[in-house]
Design a protein around this ligand. Structure first.
Ligand SMILES: Nc1nc2c(c(=O)[nH]1)N[C@H]1C(S)=C(S)[C@@H](COP(=O)(O)O)O[C@H]1N2
Ligand SMILES: [Mo]
Length: 248
C-alpha cells in the first residue's frame, strides 16, 4: 500500500504523543486500509498500540466447554435471500465451493468436503457484538493461515478480503489473517455450522468485535490495497461508521 510521508509522520507522531512509540517499526504495518477520516486516525492509534502491547500475549482467551452459552444469538442475516445459496442449502452444499484468488501463486477452489478434510482447530471463545451482548461458542475450522499457505501469498499481499452471500465484506491485515485463532469455521458447538450462524463457512477472528467474523463467506481475495474495493474502507461495517480495526 502507498502512504504519503507526511501522513505517516502525522500518525506516528500521534501514537508517540499517546505514550507508545513506534520507533523501529515500519509504520505502514500499523495502518488500516483507510485513514482519511477521524475514524481512520483512531483506528491507527488503537491498532498500533494494541499491536505493540499484544505482541507477548497474542491469543484470545479460550474457555472450558462447560461455559458454552446455551442460546447463542443469531444476528443480522440469518438466511440469505439468494437463489444459488438456497439451492446449495438444499443439497447440503455438495457442489458449493470457495474461491481463493487475487495475489496468490495458486488460486484455489475449495469444496466443503476438502475444507472439512483439512487440519482443523477447535476453540471456545467469547463473541462480543457491538450492540452489547456477549456469548461463548465453540468453533471448529481450518486455520486461515493453512489455506493461505496452500495458495501461496505473493510478496505484494497486504490484506485478505472476504465477500459474503448477503453482500457484506470484511478484510484483515496479515497479522490477523495469520493469527492461529483466525479460522474458516465450518463447525459450531460440535455440529456443522448452522445456517443462522453463517453456513457453510464463516470467519472467526477472535479479539475483534463480532461484526468482523463475517458469515456466509463466498469468496476470499488477497489484495495489496483496499482501493477499488467498494468504497475502499475495508469492510461494510466501516462504511456504516464502525471501526475497520475492531480489536477488543
Ligand atoms: N455476512 C454476514 N456476516 C455477519 C453479519 C451479517 O449480518 N452478515 N453480522 C455480524 C455481526 S454484527 C455479528 S455480532 C455476528 C453475529 O454472528 P451470529 O449470528 O452467529 O451470532 O456476525 C457478523 N457477521
Ligand atoms: Mo454484531
Amino acid at each position: 500500500m502507498t502512504t504519503t510521508p507526511n501522513r505517516r509522520i502525522f500518525l506516528s507522531g500521534l501514537v508517540a504523543a499517546g505514550g507508545v512509540s513506534l520507533a523501529g517499526c515500519r509504520s505502514e504495518t500499523y495502518l488500516p486500509p483507510d485513514y482519511g477520516s477521524l475514524f481512520g486516525v483512531s483506528d491507527a492509534l488503537s491498532m498500533g498500540a494494541q499491536r505493540l502491547i499484544l505482541q507477548r500475549q497474542p491469543l484470545a482467551r479460550e474457555f472450558a466447554p462447560s461455559l458454552i452459552s446455551r442460546g447463542f444469538p443469531a444476528i443480522g442475516t440469518t438466511l440469505p435471500e439468494d437463489d444459488a445459496y438456497l439451492r446449495d442449502l438444499k443439497t447440503g452444499f455438495a457442489t458449493w465451493s470457495l474461491p481463493v484468488e487475487g495475489l496468490v501463486r495458486r488460486p484455489l477452489r475449495l469444496s466443503l468436503a476438502v475444507l472439512k478434510a483439512m487440519p482443523a482447530r477447535t476453540q471456545v471463545t467469547a463473541h462480543s457484538c457491538e450492540r452489547g451482548w456477549t456469548a461463548i461458542g465453540q468453533w471448529t475450522g481450518v486455520p486461515l493461515a493453512h489455506v493461505l499457505r496452500l495458495a501461496g501469498l505473493r510478496p505484494e499481499a497486504r490484506y485478505i478480503v472476504f465477500d459474503s452471500v448477503d453482500g457484506w465484506y470484511e478484510s484483515l491485515d496479515l497479522f490477523d489473517a495469520l493469527h492461529p485463532q483466525t479460522i474458516l469455521a465450518h463447525g459450531m458447538n460440535g455440529a456443522p455450522l448452522p445456517v443462522q450462524h453463517g453456513a457453510p463457512v464463516r470467519l472467526r477472528v477472535e479479539r475483534h468485535l463480532g461484526y468482523k467474523s463475517i458469515k456466509f463467506i463466498n469468496r476470499i481475495r488477497v489484495v495489496e490495497s483496499m482501493a477499488g474495493i467498494s468504497s475502499g474502507k475495508g469492510s461494510l461495517a466501516a462504511e456504516f461508521g464502525y471501526s475497520w480495526y475492531a480489536g477488543i
